[in-house]
Design a protein around this ligand. Structure first.
Ligand code: NAD
Length: 288
């Protein structure tokens, strides 16, 4: 069977189109659009690019956007104060603190200050805990995007063997929890896993989020498997490479996501979706 390339860009565009309608309906109903507030500290060029992308994406679907750009020398206390202020503002529906933060600031301490109801990145311990216990919280964009890609491609997860490579709090662990919720049998592999190739070859669905260019080759993949490449690695020649060796793996896999154009566009689409849902939940809770 020829490998089917999963077009994340097209699926994300479809979701964006759907969101446009939902945001317009929200705005008609409540009188103003949802508002996403993004906090950016320092001058990391990649972070600026990501924030601009988020701003553009909000604009496309009609979600309001505001940016708080603080200098690199901002103290942890000042940042805590801003995040708390945004939490108190009734017009702010979503709060996103762009990572990484400068070394002098504890990311964990800041993320814990975000109001869980406005935590559209889903990184607050309350939302992580709700995901773990099967409650209804806000799910981080990348894992949610991965599951949505799989769902919209028509792939059934129940009873399948799923292997996730990478155990970060923002991708690997939440993705494993979502696959478990879909009744897959889940293995979480990481840098200390023995014989990674043998573990990966068990997978009907293989999700790779290790940040190691071309870590996964044909020998890691069971024929016909679904392979989702989350990795984004900047190569010395300036090009982008995934964690999966696309050329060799496409000869073996049944489905494969490209980099770029796979998981990446889904992450932003899910951020928009989280913002709209957080706004709707707050308005409903307020009884307006
Ligand atoms: P991370 O560095 O926090 O975690 C990497 C994980 O990979 C660790 O748990 C580590 O144990 C595991 N790992 C590292 N080397 C390994 C090896 N040789 N074998 C097996 N496991 C190994 O990274 P992260 O934040 O989870 O991101 C992972 C990748 O996904 C990065 O390339 C990142 O840029 C990308 N990413 C993409 C998106 C997107 O929207 N497309 C979003 C988030 C992250």
């Amino acid at each position: 069977m020829a490998c089917r390339i999963i077009d994340g860009k097209a699926i994300a565009a479809e979701i964006t189109q759907e969101l446009k309608g939902k945001v317009a309906e929200f705005t008609r109903r409540y009188g103003s659009p949802p508002l996403l507030s993004v906090v950016l500290v320092g001058d990391d060029p990649a972070s600026h690019v990501y924030v601009r992308r988020k701003e553009r994406a909000c604009g496309e679907v009609g979600i309001g956007f505001e940016r708080h750009h603080l200098p690199a020398g901002t103290s942890q206390a000042e940042l805590v104060e801003l995040v708390r202020r945004l939490g108190r503002r009734s017009d702010v529906d979503g709060i996103l603190v762009q990572l990484p933060l400068p070394d002098s600031i504890s990311e964990q301490a800041i993320l814990a200050e975000v109001d869980p109801a406005k935590d559209v990145d889903g990184f607050h311990p309350v939302n992580a805990g709700l995901l773990f216990t099967g409650g209804k919280g806000i799910v981080p964009g990348t894992p949610r995007g991965i599951l949505e890609l799989i769902r919209r491609t028509g792939i059934e997860l129940q009873g399948k063997e799923a292997v996730v490579v990478g155990r970060s709090n923002i991708v690997g662990k939440p993705t494993a929890m979502l696959l478990l919720q879909e009744n897959a049998t889940v293995t979480l592999a990481h840098s200390r896993t023995r014989d990674l190739a043998a573990v990966c070859r068990r997978a009907d669905v293989l999700v790779v989020a290790a940040g190691r260019p071309r870590l996964i080759t044909a020998e890691h993949v069971k024929p016909g498997a679904v392979v989702i490449d989350v990795g984004v690695n900047r190569m010395p020649d300036g090009s982008l490479a995934g964690d999966v060796d696309f050329e060799s793996v496409k000869e073996v896999a049944g489905y494969l996501t490209p980099v770029p154009g796979g998981v990446g566009p889904m992450t932003i689409a899910m951020l928009l979706s989280n913002t709209l849902e957080a706004a709707a939940a707050r308005r409903e809770a307020a009884g307006s």
